[in-house]
Design a binder for this molecule. Structure first.
Ligand SMILES: Nc1ncnc2c1ncn2[C@@H]1O[C@H](COP(=O)(O)OP(=O)(O)OP(=O)(O)O)[C@@H](O)[C@H]1O
Ligand SMILES: [Mg+2]
Length: 368
């Protein structure tokens, strides 16, 4: 007989057997133990009868132990049931919802239609080869010369989602990697764009990377070298990027001050490609196709663009971009007088300087 008599008295026999086996083994003293086969009332009676004896004093200690273990066991059993039943189900449902949401989030970044892109040189080959070798890519070039369009084309060609982040000086590591958000009364982890791209093997394109603080950009260092890892400190997790993940960054070297230059250790992780405005013939093709105008008008606008790009010596920071030429072409196509369209679409967008405005206006008049 290995059952403590007090527990036997106060519990139904099967429960007592189940929960008191362990206490009885902890304190296997059978002094005064009751036979569970006795009817309950006679067991109680027997316990009371033994109260005056030495063995009952001993049994009181056993009773306390038995009940402590009983309570502990009950808690373990209850929490196991709760975990498997309620909490476990809730966790599974929540994780399924998060996976669904993440899949939806990544699907937004898939480019299904081929973007119109006119190659300027061998940039497509270099980028595809960099991707195949799991190397990160850096694009540099003036505003509106086609860097973003190139990345969209590359993503479409490689059949990868592309997640673009426009960097700024308030951008924090958490903005890139992710953070816990309080929802209801629980903290829910939300992946940042970089983490999302790493998890799904997508392209993460950090536009104007020099705008981000240097302490933020160092988070891409382990991703940008052969480790290809993203540490998520807040979760104590390190993600290793799948082969399809690609890191790409871009910036415009023209406007950079020493303060806003890239750290050497950052830039020396990348395969770098310099972009510039397309050649005259290519730019005419691009402007005509994008704005849907005839070749003659495209030729004139591209000529104006080239003339403004030669004004750098006269103090113009940057000439008209391909983007500005396309926008001007769109104004003209929609019925705005060409000269007024050039004033609004090109001249006023380039400068506030009265003399420069006059010079550009003269050029426009001469070409149109
Ligand atoms: N090679 C090209 N093929 C097709 N379209 C082009 C090309 N280059 C430029 N464009 C056109 O010029 C526009 C501006 O290009 P894009 O937005 O890629 O410039 P960007 O270099 O990313 O500029 P920013 O540095 O200001 O972000 C595009 O929307 C596209 O219409
Ligand atoms: Mg861009």
């Amino acid at each position: 007989m290995v059952v403590c008599k007090y527990c036997a008295v106060f519990s139904p026999a099967p429960v007592a057997l189940l929960f008191h086996l362990i206490p009885a083994m902890i304190q296997p003293n059978n002094a005064g133990a009751l036979d569970l086969r006795e009817p309950r009332s006679s067991a109680m009676h027997a316990a009371r009868r033994q109260c005056a004896t030495k063995s009952v004093r001993y049994s009181l200690a056993s009773e306390r132990e038995c009940h402590i273990v009983f309570v502990k066991l009950s808690l373990v059993v209850l929490s196991a049931v709760r975990c498997r039943g309620v909490t476990g189900k809730a966790i599974i449902e929540r994780e399924a919802a998060m996976t669904r949401k993440m899949t939806e989030r990544i699907e937004e970044h898939i480019i299904t239609e081929e973007p119109f892109y006119v190659a300027q040189s061998n940039e497509i080959d270099i980028a595809v080869t960099a991707y195949e070798n799991e190397l990160p890519l850096l694009l540099k070039g003036p505003t509106g010369c086609g860097k973003t369009r190139f990345m969209q084309y590359l993503a479409w060609k490689l059949k990868l989602p592309i997640i673009t982040v426009s960097c700024h000086d308030d951008l924090s590591t958490s903005d890139l990697v992710g953070r816990y958000l309080v929802k209801g009364n629980e903290a829910v982890w939300i992946d940042g764009p970089l983490t999302l791209a790493v998890r799904h093997g997508a392209i993460c394109y950090l536009d104007e990377i020099v705008e981000a603080r240097k302490d933020t950009t160092v988070v891409i260092h382990p991703l940008g070298d052969d480790r290809r890892q993203l540490p998520i400190e807040k979760r104590g997790e390190i993600l290793t990027a799948p082969p399809s993940f690609m890191l790409a960054v871009s910036y415009n070297p023209g406007y950079q001050s020493v303060v806003k230059d890239l750290k050497i250790s950052t830039r020396q992780r990348f395969v770098s490609m310099a972009f510039d405005y397309p050649t005259k013939a290519l730019e005419e093709e691009i402007v005509a196709a994008e704005a849907g105008i005839d070749a003659g008008l495209a030729e004139k606008l591209v000529k104006i663009g080239h003339l403004t790009r030669n004004l750098k010596d006269s103090g113009l920071a940057e000439g008209a971009s391909t983007r500005l030429l396309i926008q001007t072409a769109q104004l003209i196509k929609s019925g705005i007088d060409p000269q007024a369209a050039c004033m609004a679409g090109i001249t006023q967008s380039l400068t506030d300087d009265v003399e420069l405005i006059q010079s550009i206006e003269d050029m426009v008049e001469a070409v149109l």
